[in-house]
Design a protein around this ligand. Structure first.
Ligand code: NAI
Ligand code: MG
Length: 496
């Protein structure tokens, strides 16, 4: 069965190679090269896409610089707000098409991508609101004599945005939104696995009236186009989302001109279930904290700590819950769990499944690639729960980015805090308990950017999100996000 949104033929997938957007024009790569993007449910080629490289990045950065120095960065707040609201209206109008593109290109089930409506529109309208609230402060000083001192907030300039494939629509909006709100310009490099939605969104930016050069999109590979953007001397800031290994390369590449960097990286987030929790709620909550999007979420709660006296019962219930989910073609509205994004990601995840068994973990459910019938053409891994996991196993320490839970028993609260924090990462975390004191204690003790209590993965455009430790730095969403795109200038006026 296929959802209705796939029965209308969307003109965007017209069989022609997709071009890149530079300086308001849709152009081929300077090299003339293209690459394929595929549907991971079926392996079918969806489109050929212009393959950008250093020369294209150069042209895009030059156009972003020209646009930044033009009238754009002096546009009035109301005008920037209006632009973002028009873009939000267009995204709303074309939302089903954008959701369908995400589903086709990276394999998230259509039920999930259609469910992103509130988030996608909410972000654009939130940044539209923020466009009116950017201002400095008047600060009294103690110098002898008469001086006025105040601050101005100014856009940082040209932003290189590099995003992964696990949620193309919302990831693109998360980078472009604050840039439009503050008056920055952007060169966005989508992930090579799923570039289509970013390109379609760029068309909508044009339709909304975003001036030429303000938003440029250069698809291509990380080692070429991405690296060229990260090291470019005329880029003022790089906003990156992806793996910590690439994040480290971005930081090194940034040194040439000491550009600003914000990093939203991976995690191995703890999800802690106390015996006093509402277990009926915690079973699907802890399950979907990992199985959602086939585990391809940076803040997935993949280290499931369960209090020992309910460990066997709880892990068995989470395994049964996982088994009850429908794995299949992401276009089917009944599908809960789609494929992994690529053959490469499949190899990586199945490698961890084999490693888990070798390390002595016991699969309670899943544990092998699915190849029955139609599934053989795609990259499907079922929800998997490993029991008997020890903290030092690689499946308990490394980001798998697949639907794989490592379930670990614990005995008391101090112990679980120490063990939860024993990781190089610090992005998300979950706590399930009915005891308000435990909830508060954990909220303060876990070294991570988000703590979700009796829920998991709650997100809102107004609430900051980001990492501690090797999960990165900088915040996205909230007022802090807008600040990441601003410089502070102090102005002194001698008034005597
Ligand atoms: P990646 O971090 O290599 O890719 C993310 C983005 O960075 C893509 O647009 C890619 O083209 C770009 N990139 C790659 N190398 C670059 C370089 N040297 N300079 C500049 N840009 C570069 O992640 P990848 O290879 O897609 O996935 C590998 C693993 O990374 C996953 O299995 C997962 O564990 C983790 N990951 C984590 C994400 C998160 O949201 N925390 C997102 C994507 C991947
Ligand atoms: Mg694809």
């Amino acid at each position: 069965m296929t959802a209705d949104v796939f029965t209308t033929r969307h003109p965007f997938l017209d069989g022609k190679p997709k071009r890149m957007l530079i300086d308001g024009k849709w152009v081929e790569a300077a090299s003339g090269k293209t690459f394929e993007t595929i549907n991971p449910s079926t392996g079918e080629v969806l489109a050929r896409v212009a393959e950008g490289d250093a020369e294209d990045v150069d042209r895009a950065v030059a156009s972003a610089r020209r646009a930044f120095e033009g009238p754009w960065s002096r546009m009035k707040p109301f005008e920037r707000q209006g632009l973002l609201l028009r873009l939000a209206d267009l995204v709303e109008k074309h939302f089903e098409e954008l959701a369908a593109l995400d589903t086709l290109d990276m394999g998230a089930p259509i039920s999930r991508t259609l469910g992103n409506r509130l988030r996608a529109l909410g972000m654009l309208r939130y940044y539209a609101g923020q466009a009116l609230s950017i201002h400095g402060e008047t600060i009294p000083n103690s110098l002898p004599g008469e001086y006025q001192s105040f601050t101005l907030k100014e856009p940082v300039g040209v932003v290189g945005a590099i995003i992964p494939w696990n949620g193309p629509l919302t990831a693109t909006i998360w980078k472009i939104g604050p840039a439009l709100a503050t008056g920055c310009t952007v060169v966005l490099k989508p992930a090579e696995e799923a570039p289509l939605t970013s390109l379609r969104l760029a068309e909508l930016c044009q339709e909304a009236g975003v001036p030429a050069g303000v938003v440029n999109v250069v698809p291509g590979y990380g080692e070429t186009a991405g690296a060229a953007l990260a090291r470019h001397r005329d880029v003022d800031k790089v906003a990156f989302t992806g793996s910590h290994l690439t994040g480290q390369k971005i930081v090194e590449a940034s040194a040439g001109n000491l550009k600003r960097v914000s990093l939203e990286l991976g995690g191995k987030s703890p999800d802690i279930v106390f015996a006093d929790a509402d277990l009926d709620a915690a079973v699907p909550g802890a399950g979907m904290a990992v199985f959602a999007n086939s585990g391809q979420i940076c803040s997935a709660g993949t280290r499931l700590f369960v209090e020992r006296r309910v460990y066997d019962e709880f892990t068995a219930r989470v395994a049964a819950y996982g088994t009850s989910l429908k794995v299949g073609d992401s276009r089917d509205p009944e599908t809960n769990i789609g494929p992994l994004v690529s053959a490469e990601q499949l190899e990586r995840v199945t490698g961890y499944l084999a490693m888990g068994r070798q390390e002595g973990a016991r699969p309670l459910s899943g544990g092998e690639r699915l190849t029955g019938g139609e599934l053989s053409k795609g990259f499907f891994v079922p929800p998997t729960v490993f029991a008997d996991v020890r903290d030092d196993m690689r499946i308990a320490q490394e980001e798998i980015f697949g639907p794989v839970i490592s379930a670990i028993p614990f005995d008391d609260i101090e112990e679980v805090i120490a063990r939860a924090n024993r990781t190089q990462y610090g992005l998300g975390s979950g706590v399930w308990t009915r005891d308000v004191s435990k909830a508060h204690k954990l909220a303060r003790s876990i070294r991570a950017g988000s703590v979700w209590i009796n829920c998991y993965q709650a997100m809102d455009p107004a609430v900051p999100f980001g990492g501690y430790k090797m999960s990165g730095y900088g915040r996205e969403s909230g007022k802090q996000h807008v600040e990441e795109y601003l410089n502070v200038k102090s102005v002194w006026i001698r008034t005597e």
